[in-house]
Design a protein around this ligand. Structure first.
Ligand code: HPA
Length: 266
């Protein structure tokens, strides 16, 4: 951990990011017109490398509305073969760099008809359907407790802030529960039916491990899903990653507007 932090410090000097933003599938364009310091994951000691199309694979340090940010352009997934503790390693690094608030974004499938492709959904809670936990293993008591409470992972006060931002920007923002599967196969129609029964609104293959660790570390956390498709069985169409990335591109403007408004208000 210290060699990772020291390496990054060597690149960014005394820049202290207060917000970390994790960009999901098809949302990589957020940084397009921003100026900052870019560090490829492959240069950073002990960092993993993202292998998914539509995920760039670098840390980007920049300032937006006077707020200092570290942006993860591309994240790591369990289905790539990484352990959950490796996937969440960057979150621990962010905490060491000074981050106080984490904004997690992802692409997700809708489990309900009234949550449509291109909708944005504020995550109010999640269901960890992976039967794994990123905190398994010896606990480092200097980072967080052994049995951390998870009753307010997606910080309630910040959810109100995000809703206010959406209103001010005239963005229709839904709110719901995100359920994570390991992937990489999409769900079956029977599984999606079960997820709805369990209380989920959207299904995806990320975010939950990072959110658990974020909460464990005492960071304030925001989660936003871009609904890219109806999950299996909700519509008759077959699912493809191409469709997910394309919908990401279509909704980039709306997403960028909302995230910018949040950053401004934090
Ligand atoms: N299922 C799981 N993950 C996803 C989906 C989906 O339908 N869409 C985008 N990510």
């Amino acid at each position: 951990m210290q060699s990772t932090v020291d390496f990054i410090r060597g690149k960014i000097g005394d820049f202290v990011p207060e917000i970390a933003l994790v960009l999901g599938s098809g949302l990589g364009e957020f940084t397009k017109n921003l100026i900052g310091v870019q560090i490829p994951y492959s240069d950073i000691p002990d960092f993993m490398v993202s292998t998914v199309k539509g995920h760039k694979g670098s840390l980007f340090f920049t300032e937006i509305f006077g707020k200092k940010l570290v942006i993860m352009q591309g994240r790591f997934h369990f289905y790539e073969g990484y352990e959950l503790k490796d996937i969440t390693y960057p979150i621990k690094v962010f905490k060491k760099l000074g981050v106080k608030t984490l904004i997690l974004t992802n692409a997700a499938g809708s489990v309900k008809k009234d949550l449509k492709p291109s909708d944005l959904m504020l995550i109010k809670d999640h269901i960890n359907f992976t039967a794994k936990n990123p905190l398994i293993g010896k606990n480092d008591d200097t980072l967080g407790e052994r049995f951390p409470d998870m009753s307010d992972i997606y910080t309630a006060s910040l959810r109100e802030t995000v809703k206010t931002c959406a209103k001010e920007e005239n963005i229709d923002l839904k709110e719901g529960v995100y359920i994570m599967t390991t992937g990489p196969s999409y769900e079956t129609p029977a599984e999606v039916k079960m997820f709805e029964f369990l209380g989920a609104d959207a299904v995806g293959m990320s975010t939950v491990p990072e959110a658990i660790v974020s909460n464990y570390l005492g960071l304030q956390t925001i989660g936003i899903s871009l609904i890219t498709n109806y999950a299996s069985g909700i519509s008759k169409e077959k699912l493809s990653h191409k469709e997910v990335v394309e919908m990401g591109n279509i909704a980039t403007e709306k997403f960028t507007k909302l995230v910018n408004a949040i950053i401004k208000k934090l």
